[in-house]
Design a protein around this ligand. Structure first.
Ligand SMILES: [Zn+2]
Length: 228
């Protein structure tokens, strides 16, 4: 399922009552098309005032990009509510998912028979439900040990990546492609040489329709098709 606004508001109310003693004031809930995170608790940079927290500027964003099992949508809402709870009560924690976050998460998992986690691992089927069309600038690295990897590069960082990879003795060669195939949406838009292993099957399935491109450090263009 993909959350509707009515659904998200209803579940917020229900979880607030059953898991948070109704302690969390209602806050705006927004649906988003975010690809990298299923949910997000947005809050002002400033820590809330003890005793009278100001929740203006706070909101909860739930992504409807992936078609998920209902329990995953529920767990996403609860996960973000724990962030809200930690922020609202100004509970000290060492990192966004530090010991205080985990304590609350494990308490809810135990009491309510849930399996909320720090990260959500999407299944292949769920990833395929992502049909958003993104411009993907893809760099394929052919390693000297025979492996093949890819980086989906953030547009403004193409030349930076080119500079890092060219003449690197780890690679026999690198190739550039452009594609709108939504299969590539599963990879983050990188600003650095973050490489993901690319199998032969995935290469054959998703690069046959990609446009080969050329990067010379100053220009980035589709490669002219060779006439035979
Ligand atoms: Zn989180």
């Amino acid at each position: 399922m993909r959350a509707s606004l009515e659904y998200a508001i209803k579940m917020f109310g229900e979880f607030n009552r059953t898991m948070f003693d109704n302690a969390l004031p209602p806050l705006p809930i927004q649906l988003s098309n975010a690809g990298r995170s299923l949910g997000m608790f947005v809050h002002p940079r400033q820590r809330p005032q003890a005793g009278s927290p100001d929740t203006s500027g706070c909101s909860l964003r739930i992504s409807t990009r992936l078609d998920l099992p209902e329990v995953d949508v529920e767990n996403t809402i609860i996960h973000e509510m724990i962030h809200y709870y930690i922020w609202y009560f100004n509970i000290p924690d060492s990192s966004p998912h530090g010991p205080a976050f985990r304590r609350k998460m494990e308490e809810i998992n135990r009491r309510h028979n849930r399996c909320i986690s720090i990260r959500h691992k999407s299944s292949e089927e769920q990833l395929q439900s992502d049909t958003h069309h993104r411009n993907n600038y893809i760099c394929v690295q052919y390693h000297t040990d025979g492996r093949r990897t890819l980086t989906v590069c953030s547009r403004p960082f193409i030349f930076d990546l080119h500079r890092i990879l060219k003449d690197n003795p780890r690679f026999c060669r690198v190739e550039w492609y452009w594609s709108m195939d939504s299969w590539f949406n599963r990879f983050p838009l990188s600003r650095s040489a973050k490489m993901y292993l690319l199998s032969d099957a995935d290469f054959n399935a998703h690069f046959a329709t990609a446009t080969p491109c050329e990067c010379d450090g100053l220009t980035f263009n589709p490669r002219p098709r060779l006439r035979r």
